[in-house]
Write a protein that binds this ligand. Structure first.
Ligand SMILES: [Zn+2]
Length: 297
């Protein structure tokens, strides 16, 4: 099962870097040709994404596409049933306080063709609720439609579709990925969006721990997936900017690594405090000093 899952994950991943990848196998090409896959970068389930090699430079390369400059706006679309769930406070605080942090500052080591660096600036732009407009088994096309239904216009924003634990994403949530990000032209604008599933659905695949700093393993697990997609979307919004030779974006190179951890009052682990709230979020790849995973820069 491990091997089969790994192969599928690799195929999905390969499809999203098809524009410059010469080692696509026939399976990847046939899947892409059949149009079954929306190109996207996935946050792999635990144990599947392996850190890329360091080598020359900083181990990650620029492919001349845009990065997100200035303040990046976070939009939440709470999909499904979130009533009585503390996820909203946990993840809203995260969006409100990650900008300006030492953690997010890692993204300032990435830049565009004009050498303009990503800013350490994030704004929480608000949230909407979607009461199962597309049911509980979402295709990639459904997820794009959920974003499109909000008539998104913010080209400096990222629209996160956050699904409750009763909702599946049928292209591989829990078996091949825990989240992903991509972009699409919606209403004539280049809209960046991301899927982040609730690890309560599959804690062994998508949560680092079942007892979590804020007493909500699903939401605390989503925090790590969400920052993974955020930092990838900022440095590779159109899937043609920063990634390594294997197609790994910055967060992929440090997936499921957490650095130095502390123990919270309930015995769970955390590695950062933002806005007075403890989180266990994955490290990110520093594009400096030869390249390395870190919790701050
Ligand atoms: Zn990723």
């Amino acid at each position: 099962m491990k091997l089969a899952t790994l192969f599928l994950a690799t195929s999905l991943f390969g499809a999203c870097v098809a524009q410059d990848d010469s080692d696509l196998d026939t399976n990847e090409q046939s899947q892409a040709e059949q149009g079954e896959l929306v190109p996207k970068h996935v946050a792999h389930v635990r144990g599947e994404a392996k850190p890329g090699g360091g080598g020359a430079n900083n181990g990650i390369y620029y492919h001349n596409g845009p990065v997100m400059l200035g303040t990046t706006n976070i939009h939440y679309i709470w999909y499904g049933n979130w009533s009585g769930n503390t996820a909203a406070s946990i993840l809203t605080n995260l969006a409100q306080t990650i900008g300006g942090s030492g953690y997010y500052n890692i993204n300032t080591t990435y830049y565009d063709t004009a050498k303009t660096k990503v800013s350490n600036s994030v704004a929480y732009a608000g949230s909407v609720n979607d009461n199962y407009s597309r049911g509980t088994a979402l295709t990639d096309a459904d997820i794009q439609a959920i974003v499109a239904a909000q008539n998104p216009t913010d080209t400096n924003g990222i629209y996160f579709v956050l699904t409750s634990a009763d909702v599946n994403a049928t292209s591989g949530f829990c078996t091949q990925y825990c989240g992903w990000h991509t972009h699409a032209t919606i209403g004539g604008k280049d809209i960046k969006y991301s899927f982040v599933g609730n690890p309560d659905r599959c804690p062994t695949s998508c949560a680092a721990q079942t007892t979590s700093p804020n007493g909500n393993a699903g939401a605390d697990g989503m925090a790590s997936i969400l920052v993974h997609e955020l930092e990838e979307a900022v440095t590779d919004p159109d899937l043609n900017a920063w990634y390594d030779r294997r197609g790994y974006e910055n967060a992929d190179k440090c997936a499921w690594t957490f650095g130095t951890q502390s123990t919270a009052a309930n015995g769970s682990k955390y590695n950062v405090t933002l806005g007075g709230t403890q989180y266990l979020i994955q490290q990110n790849w520093v594009n400096a000093g030869g390249g390395y995973c870190s919790m701050s820069y």
